[in-house]
Structure formats: C-alpha cells, structure tokens
Design a protein. Structure first.
Length: 185
C-alpha cells in the first residue's frame, strides 16, 4: 500500500521548462504575516520581518520599503503580483515612496496598474519607476490618471466635493476639484 501511495505522489509532480521553483518559495522564514496595516488594503498582505524582505526570493510579491516595527522588526505592505508575468519588480529605492507605498520598476511599457487595477500609481517617474499604494479611498473617490500630479503623488477625483480620506501616512492636496495624494513616511 505504501509503495502505491508513493508512486501516486511521484506521478502528481509536475516538471516545467522554466527556471522557477514550483511552487514559489514564499516569504523568508524571518517574515511573519500580521494583521492588516492602515493603507495596506485591497488584497495586499502585511508582514513583520526580522531579517530579509518578504519579496526576497518570492517572485509573487512586491513589497513596500518597510517601516520600523516593534522589537527591531520591519513592517511591510506587499501586493500579490507576479514579477515574472508583469515585468514589474520591487524597487524600495524610489525617493519619497515610503511607508506602505510600493515602489515598482517595470519594463516593456507595462505599468503596475496593468497587472492589478486596484493599485493606485503615480505617473511614470522615469526609467519605468512607479510609486503605488493599495489604500482604499471612500466610495465617492476614485483613482484618476488624468489628474496631473508631480513626483510620487497619485491623482484622485471625488464626487460631491469629498476628499479622499486615505489612512495615516498619506497627505492629499487639492488640485482644482481633484486631489494629489503622496506617502508622507
């Protein structure tokens, strides 16, 4: 019976022609999933790490640059986005893209919003760099790429004179009837 079970298990393994570990390894052992962080919304995942970044070795995550947490840990907001399929990789070095904001470096004319429309991104910052967030604004506000914001700010348009109440860590300034919101940490 044991030989049959082992034979069946061996028959279920899939070999692929790519150079990726299947299934992907996931975040390093020094990272632990935690309860959601403010602004880390819409399917994003929050991690506390004592060492490596959650996206180190995991091509299915793109994470923020990290913020200080308790006991020397670093807290990260991560979007579950395939770096391989989207041609976008994490870039924690984008100036001004801190806190729970996600820095991306993309190639091939792809934007992070192409991969996940719930991600709100700045205009391209040069060389395929973007600063994005997953914060959920109120239902009367929406990301608006036609709002011309500078730097890492993301444009939002709101109905009825509302302003996008993004969580702590974001500052919004009015631009006519629209808003430009950028991470403050």
């Amino acid at each position: 019976m044991r030989i049959i079970v082992l034979s069946l298990l061996a028959a279920c393994q899939v070999t692929t022609a790519d150079n990726f570990e299947n299934p992907p390894p996931g975040p390093p052992a020094s990272c632990m999933a935690i309860a959601a962080m403010p602004g880390c919304d819409q399917g994003s995942l929050a991690y506390s790490c004592a060492g490596d970044r959650p996206d180190d070795g995991d091509a299915n995550l793109v994470c923020s640059s990290g913020t200080p947490g308790a006991l020397g840990a670093t807290l990260y907001c991560c979007a579950p986005i395939s770096q391989v399929d989207t041609q976008c990789a994490p870039d924690p070095t984008i100036s001004g893209c801190g806190g729970v904001a996600l820095g991306f470096q993309c190639t091939g004319g792809v934007t992070p919003s192409d991969a996940d429309p719930t991600i709100a991104c700045s205009a391209e910052l040069g060389g395929g760099a973007y600063c994005c967030n997953t914060a959920q604004p109120i239902s009367t506000c929406a990301v608006d790429p036609s709002v011309a914001c500078s730097g890492v700010a993301v444009g939002y348009s709101c109905a009825n004179g509302a302003s996008p109440p993004l969580p702590a860590g974001f500052a919004c300034s009015a631009k006519g009837t629209s808003f430009c919101c950028a991470p403050t940490e």
